[in-house]
Design a protein around this ligand. Sequence first.
Ligand SMILES: CC(C)(COP(=O)(O)OP(=O)(O)OC[C@H]1O[C@@H](n2cnc3c(N)ncnc32)[C@H](O)[C@@H]1OP(=O)(O)O)[C@@H](O)C(=O)NCCC(=O)NCCS
Length: 170
Amino acid sequence: MKLIKLTRDYKCEWKSLIGEFEKNNEKLTPLSMKGNANTFEDFLIESNNNSKGINLKDGIVPSDVYFLVDDNSKYLIGAIDIRHYLNKYLLQYGGNIGYGIRASERKKGYATQMLALALEKCKEIGISRVLITCFKSNIASANTIIKNGGILENEVIEDENIKQRYWIQL
Ligand SMILES: CC(C)(COP(=O)(O)OP(=O)(O)OC[C@H]1O[C@@H](n2cnc3c(N)ncnc32)[C@H](O)[C@@H]1OP(=O)(O)O)[C@@H](O)C(=O)NCCC(=O)NCCS
């Protein structure tokens, strides 16, 4: 398995991934798998800008979105977003990393593998301690974090839901 950034020849695979979330009426997670783009071409521009910190809206920090693929396939299994540093909101609620696996590929260990690969990317950009948050009710996500070494710091309330804050030391 590996993490890739998308290039122009991934248009169909990208549409398929987004389409699966939408077909199931699921929120796109991470949101940056599409961002504010209406077209694939706009997505490529926006994600490249996000990575370089160009044209960021207020309160948005530079970030990289990667997609999980099998070594010999272009099929996109999920996506993971790495925020380069924490601002006030991210420190309290959002964390460094957000991720999602397409519904048809869940419970196969992919999120656990995808997070492990993303932690390597975090090291490369100099992050030494990674914050990941999830709602307490999201057992699958909490397990994914714990299996990658996450230590629960505390729980906070966001939108009347309990959110857990985990740290992973790299
Ligand atoms: C959360 C999510 C990424 C997990 O992806 P996944 O590929 O199914 O996770 P994995 O297969 O790596 O499983 C991780 C652990 O969670 C457990 N798990 C998976 N789905 C579960 C479920 N529905 N209920 C309880 N445990 C679950 C797995 O058994 C595994 O633990 P184990 O090895 O101890 O058994 C996926 O469900 C998803 O994309 N959800 C929607 C988006 C989302 O919630 N993202 C996280 C936001 S914080």
